[in-house]
Design a protein around this ligand. Structure first.
Ligand SMILES: Nc1ncnc2c1ncn2[C@@H]1O[C@H](COP(=O)(O)OP(=O)(O)OP(=O)(O)O)[C@@H](O)[C@H]1O
Ligand SMILES: [Mg+2]
Length: 333
């Protein structure tokens, strides 16, 4: 049990049926996560970050076809009955969504929602015990006056406080795995730092594994041990966080980090990667990044690169070895 990965994802694929055919939104994703580990998942809008992690949680609409393997502590989740997944969600794994307002029910007090989250997985817990535990949880996420706040409705909370409620619900049953999808995007910098600190303490203290989806590379640098970079439904690079920032190998990662060498000698920013990312239905053959890549050669248009190991880094690029190393750094959060 000791060395068993918390989460193992192998060849995960998600295809949606649409009016005139199918689109593959997740195209063979592999990664694993240890207990207590924080993994950052980054990539431009539409690259498949949310769909990948919703597939892990079993939270996709019926129009999605999912294949591959997702194991939580050795237990296969893909193909598991919906009622087993429901039981696991909220007890062994939980998700923090970007928008705390839509994650909460506006007509129930925040306390009732938290107590329900506790009692649904602990049927022996009385309403009174649930309330005591809910107040403790509110205190642990630094909500002031928890005894009073617990009886209020979501609209009586500020954005930052609502996100703390959502985090309290996510951690209520001490899950093994938390997936946080842009958990702090809506928050101001101070509150963002507090929410991240809370999640980090939980991982360190309880061995919870965290997948942190974010657009903010500063947040990744400050929080994650490993980072995976997604492009067009695949992981194109994954590495320990320092290696990724010190020596990004995929041209896309370099672009994301603002270190893509340009002919003009200027440093490029993300917006300077020419063109837009493909959407799920329009992914080109070969390397999906090739139309935007200034290093692209014929092979890149024909053959899809697999992830290959270069020291601590895995990268899916035919030219990973040939392109000169780039040095870059971002300020950590
Ligand atoms: N129900 C659906 N039917 C068809 N295609 C979908 C559906 N949901 C998502 N997609 C497509 O799947 C792809 C991945 O979407 P996803 O939401 O995972 O991106 P993301 O990386 O989370 O982006 P963002 O950073 O904007 O949150 C997109 O191209 C999207 O259009
Ligand atoms: Mg998303």
């Amino acid at each position: 049990m000791g060395d068993q990965p918390l989460l193992e994802v192998n060849d995960l694929r998600v295809t949606f049926e649409i009016a005139n055919g199918y689109v593959e939104a997740v195209r063979g994703v592999n990664f694993s996560l240890k207990r207590g580990e924080i993994m950052g998942l980054v990539g431009e809008s539409g690259s498949g970050k949310s769909i990948t992690m919703r597939a892990v949680m079993g939270l996709l609409p019926p129009s999605a076809m999912v294949s591959g393997s997702v194991k939580l502590l050795g237990r296969e989740l893909i193909g598991s009955p919906a009622k087993d997944l429901r039981q696991l969600r909220g007890s062994r794994m939980s998700m923090v969504f970007q928008d705390p307002l839509t994650a909460l029910n506006p007509v129930l007090t925040v306390g009732d929602q938290l107590v329900e989250a506790i009692r649904i997985h602990n049927p022996q817990c009385t309403a009174k015990e649930g309330r005591t535990r809910a107040i403790e949880l509110f205190r642990s996420v630094a909500i002031p006056f928890p005894e009073k706040r617990i009886d209020q409705y979501p609209h009586e909370f500020s954005g930052g406080m609502r996100q703390r409620v959502v985090v309290a619900i996510a951690i209520a049953n001490k899950p093994d795995l938390i997936i946080a999808d842009e958990p702090t995007t809506a928050l101001d910098v101070t509150v963002q730092a507090q929410v991240l600190e809370l999640l980090r303490n939980l991982c360190e203290g309880s061995g919870t594994g965290l997948v942190l989806i974010t657009h903010d590379l500063g947040v990744v640098a400050g929080m994650a041990e490993h980072v995976s970079v997604m492009y067009a439904g695949s992981i194109v690079e994954r590495a320990p966080v320092d290696d990724l920032f010190d020596n990004p190998r995929h041209p896309y990662t370099r672009g994301l980090l603002g270190s893509l060498p340009q002919l003009t000698g200027e440093i490029a920013r993300l917006s300077d990667i020419g063109g837009a990312p493909p959407t799920a239905g329009t992914i080109p053959p070969g390397c999906a990044f090739n139309p935007r890549c200034s290093f692209s050669v014929e092979r890149c248009q024909l053959e899809r690169p697999e992830l290959r190991g270069f020291g601590p880094t895995d990268v899916a690029c035919h030219l990973a070895q040939a392109i000169p190393a780039a040095q870059t750094r971002v300020n950590s959060a």
